[in-house]
Write a protein that binds this ligand. Structure first.
Ligand code: ADP
Ligand code: ZN
Ligand code: ZN
Length: 742
């Protein structure tokens, strides 16, 4: 059957995506029309010509084919950004399994009329000397907001008002008295735009070192020659990646093309943002999750109108409607926040690659600890690999890392959470008035059981992931369902010291206070950063020495430089190592390497103590040695052996329902169906098993895992599974299916 009907949206915006109209595609246009094409259609009773976008092509019309109108023609005045984004949405739908509406809602911003806000800037009216004076005064009186503002103004005489408010947590009432005193003034952006662009007042630029310059040269040569591809920069923490990014951006915007920079939300701090503003001025815009839908729409409009060239933001910035995109940059490429947890469950790296290909742009990925996915592609030659092997700042060096065996501590009678070595170093640093970070590398809630004598965590014999404790009485594997009663002694060494492992940040704060009553302690975790700007406020308090010790989760490892931190203590590396997830070793390596990178950012040499019950685990040994290569080789061997990504494709099919018996029946039937399909095609099928959190809000969830190297086979099975569910409404009426590729 020929597909000669097109579903068309006229008002292209997030809320209106379900309002589509069906038209027939005339024979002579069939070859030229695809999803994303902008067409002319006769609309309404008067058949006035309107422009619309094709969002789907079907074999059947939504209503009486005799009454349907025909598309009048194709709009030929250039391809719009929206048109490309709709094509991208189609790809998302196909690739990740969602409806076209869900995909469109992902790529199109929520349209919300906001009053055109006047763009304001803060300008310093003081000269350098006076500014330094004002800063000293503020420090003396401990006016935190002023300290932040004056130190920023010292680097940059103008600061966008929105940055001051959003990223520096300055309130209007904090700014007002300074205006009254004549120290600063507010100006509208019109003045800001000319006569001088802020970019010309640029912050420091350095002479790039050899390694940095080589990357810039290679990229620029390729770019000038019209070569567009994907590059991976593997550069240790502090090796000057951001500086390289800015050179690349500079080169691309000189060519009158536009740039998207993805930075994980937690690293999108004031310091980072100001570096880009300092260099590129008001050609930069940022989005973050704290912006309202209207503000976000506003930023996207500015991008569409060509008012900016650079958009910086988390995952969703990927869909900025630039029409002359030249480069997409993804910093901290390995971060799990780049994976969407709602349908369509896309990965920003993959979508960026697709968008870059569609729009003839380059893609640059950067990380100190590249994901196995990215690094294996670089090894295969799909990405061009660059390395930055040294710290960029002259006299800064990598920290001195040592691993402490917690089993030995227990043997020697130390039951505290601080090893003797860590205690001694903390005392020393506190005496010297240097700063300390205590890091709890936990992600989510890891309810595994381990032995304090031998360090073994109890694992599934079939899956090599940790078992999860339920009701304090039995242990379950969430990959295969294997379960055993909670043992009373360690299965490996017989010690009675086994328990579930899960210490909270709050508890650690208490213990730290008890041990070091003289120290000022700051804590950063989900609880203390809930409020708007909370995260930023704690970081700046710490960098202003309002605390001697900062305790926190993975939030503290990014985006901020603390020159006076000379000790990082990782309290229990096992917390991220023993999560029931095949990526746990990779996460552990990443977190430890990033944490170690926090110490010794400046001239003072830093120390890092990694406490662990598994001092011999390769992820800990290689992180301590800052040896990515060895880690990569060992981890890839594990993935190959177990057929986990990226050695194999993994499709997760999740079934969820309020009705537990129905869920069981449906998941089992689906399991039989995919097994019949998959087995002849060498697909390894596991399950259905219960999800790692089986019940949430009274909704039960079961999972099927399908592993096969050839991704296309998995996509085909997904499509057939979709057909199966459509043909069996009796099974699927009460059950929702979701797909996830990794
Ligand atoms: P990364 O992004 O790899 O962590 P950054 O770009 O933040 O590294 O650089 C780390 C520090 O080194 C920053 O303070 C930066 O200003 C400085 N830096 C970067 N490149 C140079 C250079 N070529 N010469 C001197 N300092 C540099
Ligand atoms: Zn044991
Ligand atoms: Zn198992």
């Amino acid at each position: 059957m020929t597909k000669n009907y097109a579903r068309i949206i006229i008002d292209i915006s997030h809320e209106k995506v379900d309002r589509t109209f069906d038209y027939r595609i005339p024979e002579n246009l069939l070859a030229d029309i695809s999803v994303g094409t902008r067409v002319l259609i006769p609309f309404g009773r008067g058949n006035t010509m309107r422009k619309g976008y094709v969002v789907e092509i079907t074999a059947q019309a939504g209503y009486d084919p005799d009454k349907i109108k025909e598309i009048a023609g194709i709009v030929t005045d250039g391809v719009t950004a929206e048109s490309r984004l709709i094509t991208l949405a189609w790809w998302l739908k196909e690739q990740y399994g969602s409806t076209m509406n869900q995909a469109l809602k992902t790529v199109l911003p929520v349209k919300q009329k906001v009053k055109p806000k006047e763009k304001k800037i803060i300008r310093s009216l003081l000269n350098r000397e006076q500014l330094t004076g004002a800063l000293n005064e503020a420090v003396k009186k401990n006016y935190k907001a002023r300290i932040r503002l004056f130190s920023a103004l010292l680097n940059n005489p103008v600061i966008p008002y929105e940055i001051a408010v959003n990223q520096m947590s300055l309130s209007a009432s904090a700014i007002k008295p300074l205006i009254e005193k004549g120290e600063i003034c507010l100006e509208s952006e019109e003045i800001y735009r000319n006569p001088i662009k802020a970019g010309e007042q640029k912050g420091k630029t350095f002479k790039l070192n050899k390694e940095q310059q080589k990357i810039v040269n290679c990229f620029c040569q390729d770019y000038a020659a019209g070569i567009r591809k994907t590059y991976l920069i593997h550069g240790i923490t502090g090796s000057g990646k951001t500086e390289v990014y800015m050179e690349l951006i500079h080169n691309v915007i000189e060519d009158d093309r536009q740039v998207i920079v993805l930075i994980p939300e937690i690293a999108l701090t004031y310091q980072t943002v100001m570096r880009f503003y300092g260099r590129f001025g008001n050609r930069v815009s940022i989005i973050n999750s704290r912006l309202s839908a209207g503000e976000r729409f506003d930023q996207f409009e500015r991008a569409k109108n060509g008012d900016i060239d650079i958009m910086i933001g988390p995952r969703s910035a990927l869909f900025t409607p630039f029409s002359r995109l030249g480069l997409i940059l993804i910093d901290e490429e390995h971060e799990s926040a780049y994976k969407s947890e709602t349908v369509p469950r896309y990965h920003a790296r993959e979508v960026a690659a697709k968008r870059a290909r569609m729009e003839n742009a380059s893609l640059v990925l950067g990380s100190a600890t590249p994901s196995l996915e990215a690094y294996s592609r670089a090894q295969r030659g799909d990405y061009q690999l660059f390395r930055l092997t040294e710290r960029a700042k002259k006299d800064s060096s990598l920290a001195n890392v040592s691993v402490v065996d917690l089993r030995q501590e227990l043997k020697d009678g130390n039951k505290s959470i601080f090893s003797r070595r860590l205690q001694a170093l903390m005392e020393e640093k506190l005496r010297k008035k240097e700063q300390i970070i205590l890091f709890i590398n936990r992600r989510g809630y890891a309810n595994f059981v381990s032995c304090r004598s031998c360090g073994e965590a109890i694992r599934c014999p079939h899956c090599d992931v940790t078992l999860t404790l339920h009701n304090n009485s039995y242990l379950v594997c969430h990959y295969c369902g294997h379960h055993i009663p909670m043992p009373s002694k360690c299965p490996s060494c017989g010690s009675p010291y086994i328990a579930n492992f899960g210490v909270g940040t709050q508890k650690i704060e208490q213990m730290t206070r008890k041990m070091f009553p003289q120290a000022k302690i700051l804590r950063m975790d989900l609880d203390t950063t809930k409020e708007k700007g909370g995260h930023e406020a704690i970081l700046s308090a710490f960098s202003e020495h309002e605390g001697d010790i900062l305790i926190g989760t993975q939030m503290i490892v990014k985006g901020h430089d603390f020159p006076d931190v000379t000790l990082v203590g990782v309290l229990a590396a096992d917390l991220s190592l023993n999560t029931p997830d095949y990526r746990s070793a990779e996460r552990t390596f990443q977190l430890l390497t990033q944490a170690a990178g926090r110490a010794g950012r400046d001239a003072k040499r830093g120390d890092v103590i990694i406490q662990t019950y598994s001092p011999d685990h390769y992820s800990i040994v290689t992180a301590a040695n800052q040896d990515y290569e060895t880690f990569y080789n060992q981890e890839m061997a594990f993935r190959r052996l177990m057929k986990y990504p990226p050695a194999s494709g993994l499709l997760t099919i999740q079934f969820s329902s309020r009705n537990e018996p129905v869920l069981g029946e449906t998941a089992a039937a689906a399991g039989v169906f995919v097994t019949a399909l998959g087995e002849p095609q060498d697909v390894q099928i596991i399950g259905p098993v219960e999800a790692s959190v089986y019940k949430i809000n009274d909704i039960y969830r079961k999972i099927l895992y399908l592993k096969q190297e050839n991704y296309d086979i998995l996509i085909k099975i997904r499509d057939q599974m979709d057909g199966f569910s459509e043909n069996h409404p009796e099974l699927f009426e009460q059950v929702l299916i979701q797909y996830d590729f990794s």
